[in-house]
Design a binder for this molecule. Sequence first.
Ligand SMILES: Cc1cc2nc3c(=O)[nH]c(=O)nc-3n(C[C@H](O)[C@H](O)[C@H](O)COP(=O)(O)OP(=O)(O)OC[C@H]3O[C@@H](n4cnc5c(N)ncnc54)[C@H](O)[C@@H]3O)c2cc1C
Length: 430
Amino acid sequence: MALRLYRGDLLLIVALLVPLMVAAPRLGWPPGEAAALLGWVGRVSGIVGLAMLLVTAALSIRLPGFDRWFGGLDRLWQLHRLLGFSAFILIMLHVLALGLARVPAGLDVAVLTLFPPPSQLALWSGWLAWLAMVIFLAPTFRFFGRLDYQRWKGLHMLSAAALLLALGHALPLAGETWPWWLLGALGAGAMVWRKLLSPSLARHPYRVASVAPLARGVVEIALRPEARGLGYRPGQFVYFTPLDESLTAGRGEEHPYTIASAPHDPLLRIGIKDLGDASHALQTVSVGSRVMLEGPYGDFFAAHHPDRDALWLGGGIGITPFVSAARGMADVDEGRGVQLFYLANGPDRAYYLDELTRCAGENERFTVTTHFYRELGPLTESFLRHHCPDYADREIYLCGPPGMIGHLRDLLDAQGVPAARIHCEVFDFL
Ligand SMILES: Cc1cc2nc3c(=O)[nH]c(=O)nc-3n(C[C@H](O)[C@H](O)[C@H](O)COP(=O)(O)OP(=O)(O)OC[C@H]3O[C@@H](n4cnc5c(N)ncnc54)[C@H](O)[C@@H]3O)c2cc1C
């Protein structure tokens, strides 16, 4: 994750610090004596851990536009995951430190501190919250194999239980309760919006106008809005929920897809590659069937340095944000030069190439260079320099499979290109 701070990050920091600052007078300074210090660490880690858990829930809200406060939805999800894992670690530390702090008083006292009689509901509520977190987080460890995205989303309901049980633990034990009510309301509100309200309030109905094959296992679906269409910029994506009864998989499931059309296009276009059961079924989605779209999200082409020439490196289906930008280029003359390197396995896998070449023919500031892996192997620095001598001085945008992005990042890093000038879109949130 880039180290750049966004305005949403400042909100996060404040939200995380408020409960600690409110509790500070009761906590006092860290004591010098070991057992008391452990007790203090246990309380502080519990407060910060719970604040993180509630903020993690609040970050799951998914509102179009809100993600840009955090540098786009992929960065927001990274923050969400980072805070969620950190909350879990701090909550473990909370339990451990409080237990160890009581060991000098006797092992039985320590055990009783952690496992009191059942009448102490607040403490058992804490344990149940912890258990819900363990069950919920376990599948994310590689040890349990590849994560099934839809099952993982179903498991997210457990995080709602963890949140409520954690509040049931903290509210009776806290001195000042208002920070917990506030953060709890934000977290619970985000979940209610996401699970109950947004499916009916935030989705826009479209109809499939056409399905055009681009290559084997890749189609472009054009969608016509039933009412007013979504406004978007190149580089943004939508959550796409097909409702076609005849689909063999993925009906009613939402999947993120980058918009490949230009903003002026009356149809919204999406290039879909067959990468799994839902995207496979979409290759033959019925023309005329209904699709719900939510968004737009993302900020790939945010105006980082509009004056600097741009270098676009797109691979495979990761070409779609560049297709949208190239199709819209005639509408916005930014005055800067753009060079696209299209990285494909071979000419048969270079979807949209004819159209991109045509765009380049119509716009002297736009150049397209192809690089075919089957002929040339991985892209090299000398290839890049030969076709774009000033590449290292450009604002660089990468989109494609994780392996390609990793290779290009290493290549650019080795040439001393500052990380802040490299912008990536990875088609995977996990
Ligand atoms: C920001 C973004 C933009 C994308 N744009 C495009 C695009 O323009 N064209 C295109 O063909 N693909 C795009 N994808 C990838 C597309 O979302 C997946 O290929 C699709 O969701 C796979 O679903 P599946 O059931 O066919 O495959 P599965 O076998 O279920 O999954 C294949 C891969 O997709 C991931 N995935 C599955 N479901 C989701 C989901 N609901 N949300 C996030 N990731 C998921 C899985 O983690 C796995 O890595 C994009 C992904 C992201 C995150």
